[in-house]
Design a binder for this molecule. Structure first.
Ligand code: GRF
Length: 205
């Protein structure tokens, strides 16, 4: 079975939805490790409670380069069996840019969830970006991570309507609900080897 590593920085609600789905929907993947770059990430307690190993590498006082930090992350992943051959890495609110070395080593093995319909509104505060732009629809995207910012091949997207009365908070809530639905779906597709990557396109079987 594949081993799953989840990288978080905060709340960890996507992590939680993935871990719950693995149990209830019997997704054939072993939740091997949750790694946080922040000691006070709320998700750490959730993971522990769900019986999943956790490790913290604090980025705040880390003296080395981004590549050196990611080297540490990769060491932990490998320690728990999340290897490029036999693993999947999910970024779930992990607020760091991944080094090119990490991306290269784990090519098409790292996926991320973004709270907008990529390629619209990449980067931070995507919900606010969508509102400020006057978009009528937004949503979320699960995609492979490549060397760019939110540019990797798209796996699943889900759409939500933006109403006149929507605020950043209400839109974020609507989108988050969809995130919690499609991220576990993407993990399941990956675990069942249903995703084929052809350049920047994915074919789901
Ligand atoms: C989510 O909105 C996700 O799309 C974005 O960061 C947020 C993380 O939330 N990348 P959580 O930690 O999973 O609750």
């Amino acid at each position: 079975m594949l081993n799953l590593g989840i990288l978080i920085s905060g709340r960890g609600s996507n992590m939680e939805s993935i871990l719950k789905s693995i149990k209830t929907k019997k997704i054939p993947i072993n939740p091997a490790i949750v790694i946080s770059n922040k000691i006070d990430a709320k998700g750490l307690a959730i993971a522990k409670k769900m019986g999943v190993n956790v490790e913290v590498i604090e980025s705040k006082n880390f003296k080395g380069t981004r590549s050196e930090f990611d080297e540490k992350i990769m060491e932990i992943l490998v320690k728990y069996g999340v290897t490029p051959r036999n693993g999947l890495v999910c970024l779930a609110g992990f607020m760091r840019i991944i080094s090119p070395e990490f991306v290269k080593k784990y090519k098409n093995k790292i996926i991320n969830i973004h709270p907008a319909l990529l390629p619209a509104f990449p980067g931070l505060n995507s919900q606010k970006q969508a509102l400020d732009y006057g978009a009528k629809y937004s949503g979320c995207t699960v995609h492979f991570v490549d060397a760019g910012m939110d540019t990797g091949a798209i796996i699943i997207q889900s759409i939500v309507e933006i109403k006149n009365k929507d605020t950043e908070k209400s839109l974020s809530k609507k989108i988050l609900k969809e995130e919690h639905r499609i991220y576990p779906q993407a993990v399941s597709l990956f675990a069942r080897k249903k995703i084929k990557v052809l350049g920047r396109k994915t074919i789901i079987s």
